[in-house]
Design a protein around this ligand. Structure first.
Ligand code: ASN
Length: 368
């Protein structure tokens, strides 16, 4: 099975620069992003037949990412792909929140041409920087692959946006999906794709992205993340609701478990119209309805949605995308022609669709 093309003519690839270590220099007390896309590309060997075109979108360390910036990125990618002569898009991005931005784009990506995220773990211009090699690889992938959605090319590996998490703080291979098989490998000028990532039908570009790009004021929904641990009580979850959160990602223990008190707080939040998703602190494997007594069985009964194998950062993005979705976007994603609007009752269904989570309830109760 191949998702690769063999280009004969030169291919234009739009490179959107957003900052991160790949664009970072020493500031006298620590590193920070301050170089534009031209500087990032200056040290890069460009693959044969690829013509990069730089777009400087913003320039931040990615721990400073916001929904507004991510929507600007989503809009910029749609603009770039509106040109049929563009073969693909590369996004250079800090690794800290790369998985979040990449997943937001993947949830809204309906084009066969790829968007390929990359970055660096060592700063711009350092003798051992991994940036140039990563950009070379990303350009190759962007120019050649088709029908794989949004990807991450880093340290010789091709990851799907969905499911990828930063698993290493400093090592040159920061990304992995601990719950899935590898998508592809890079090296020796080759791109080898092993599997096609499973993706639900994507959403249309939300009107909030268009309004922000037009400079109109937009109120973006607050989505908080709360973590369970020994001794935890629902104080912070309740505080998120009181602060106006419209979505909450609850990072539970094990297969998605907490306490009866948390189940009560989740029920109260859901009653107030808050969309609650449950993921886990464990690094691999799905959350599942196995335990009661405050476990995932009770959190789901309280109205929460389980997030399959997605971890907190991406689960939060799925909740955000659900809250931002317009009626037409939902109709497109769910394959319905006459969506009446994104009413709260439909939000859980849309979130489940975006999560693409397999049924989490065991088929039958174990024999007594
Ligand atoms: N390697 C990196 O890019 C980390 C950096 N702190 C960032 O996310 O912007």
């Amino acid at each position: 099975m191949t998702y690769l093309t063999s280009p004969t003519a030169p291919r234009r690839v739009v490179v959107i620069s957003t900052g991160g270590t790949i664009a970072s220099r020493w500031q006298g007390a620590g590193y920070a992003a301050d170089a534009g896309g031209d500087e990032v590309l200056a040290g890069v060997a460009v693959p044969d037949g690829v013509i990069p075109e730089v777009v400087d979108l913003f320039n931040v360390n990615s721990s400073r990412m916001t929904s507004a910036r991510q929507l600007a990125l989503l809009h910029a990618v749609h603009e770039a792909l509106a040109d049929p002569e563009v073969a693909g898009v590369v996004v250079t991005h800090g690794t800290d929140t790369l998985e979040e931005s990449a997943f937001l784009l993947d949830l809204h990506h309906a084009d066969p041409r790829p968007v390929v995220f990359t970055g660096a773990q060592r700063p711009l211009g350092s003798a051992d920087s991994d940036g140039p090699g990563n950009v070379y690889d990303a350009l190759q992938v962007a120019a050649r692959v088709r029908d794989l959605g949004v990807l991450v090319a880093f340290d010789g590996i091709v990851h799907a946006a969905r499911g990828t998490v930063k698993t290493q703080t400093l090592a040159a291979h920061p990304f992995a999906d601990p719950s899935a098989r590898l998508v592809g490998r890079l090296g020796f000028h080759r791109v080898d794709i092993a599997r096609r990532p499973e993706r639900p039908r994507p959403l249309l570009l939300p009107s909030a992205a268009r309004a922000l790009a037009a400079g109109e004021p937009v109120e973006l929904p607050r989505v908080d993340i709360v973590t369970h641990h020994s001794d935890a009580d629902p104080l912070l979850l309740d505080a998120a609701v009181a602060a106006g959160a419209r979505g909450i990602v609850f990072v539970a223990t094990g297969t998605g478990n907490a306490t009866p008190q948390f189940a009560e707080s989740v029920a109260a939040a859901v009653t107030r119209g808050v969309l609650v998703a449950v993921t886990t602190r464990v690094h691999a494997g799905p959350v599942a309805e196995v335990y009661t007594g405050g476990g995932a069985v009770d959190l789901v009964a309280a109205g929460a949605v389980l997030t399959g194998t997605l971890r907190a950062g991406q689960a939060r993005i799925a909740v955000l995308a659900t809250l931002l979705a317009d009626a037409e976007g939902v109709a497109e994603a769910e394959g319905v022609a006459d969506a009446a609007g994104v009413v709260p009752e439909r939000r859980s269904a849309l979130l489940r669709h975006l999560l693409g989570a397999p049924e989490s309830r065991p088929e039958s109760a174990p024999a007594a």
